[in-house]
Design a protein around this ligand. Structure first.
Ligand SMILES: [Zn+2]
Length: 234
């Protein structure tokens, strides 16, 4: 096989498809006819965080959007389109924003490392770092890295909840919860960041409670309250 060939992957795919069909006859025929996932996973593109495997779901059970450092910003037509389709058409009941410990994008921001064009995308994570620096900079090493990975996921939960798509869904009474998780590469376990938002009038309180779990340094005096979702960097 020439070095440029991906035939080994094609072979593996055919073997997988045949095994699935053998174990669950009619699986692909049923799946091709419709998809009715209850979950939208918004996670990092990192190859070590595959959505379906992490939560033990088969094809057809989770709708997925991934980008570098699991960022959701209101100007990203790609992410918004995925959320809109998932909420309005598929009627998913849960959206989970899943960060992960040891995220290369988050660590590059934390340690001021340049990675290239992606630095511009990672500015959004830098905003999280700057906004909550009073809760981050007194931590050391791995604690600081883990905290920013978690806080970044928490911020993105807030962005999803404040999107017009989710706000409109809640306004018409649609059942929909937004969750924040962080996945551990070292043990394969997900940590629930306790930032689940299910109603518009709970968004601010849930966000504030989640951020306040990261204590500020005793010496840090903020100019503004960084648990205000509308606050500028402090
Ligand atoms: Zn990552």
């Amino acid at each position: 096989m020439p070095a440029s060939s991906l035939q080994h992957l094609i072979n593996a795919n055919h073997a997988w498809a045949e095994r699935v069909e053998r174990e669950q006859p009619g699986f692909f025929k049923t799946l091709a006819a419709q998809q009715t996932p209850e979950y939208l996973w918004i996670g990092c593109s990192d190859s070590r965080v595959p959505a379906n495997q992490v939560i033990g779901l088969a094809p057809g059970e989770v709708f997925v959007h991934r980008n570098v450092a699991n960022v959701v910003v209101p100007s990203d037509l790609n992410a918004l389109s995925v959320i809109q389709f998932a909420v309005d058409v598929l009627k998913v009941k849960h959206i989970m924003v899943v960060g992960h410990y040891g995220c290369g994008g988050v660590l590059a921001v934390l340690h001021d490392q340049r990675v290239g064009l992606a630095d511009n995308w990672l500015r959004h994570v830098n905003d999280v770092k700057m906004r909550h620096r009073g809760r981050l900079m007194h931590l050391c090493g791995g604690e600081q890295e883990d905290a920013l990975c978690e806080m970044n996921a928490i911020e993105q939960v807030g962005h999803v909840a404040q999107s017009t798509i989710v706000q409109d869904a809640w306004a018409r009474g649609q059942q929909l919860s937004i969750h924040g998780w962080c996945y551990g590469l070292k043990d394969g376990k997900v940590k629930d960041l306790q930032v689940t938002m299910s109603r518009p009038d709970h968004v601010v309180d849930v966000y504030r409670a989640a951020i306040k779990r990261y204590p500020r340094a005793a010496t840090f005096v903020p100019e503004l309250d960084d648990t205000d979702p509308q606050a500028d960097e402090v």
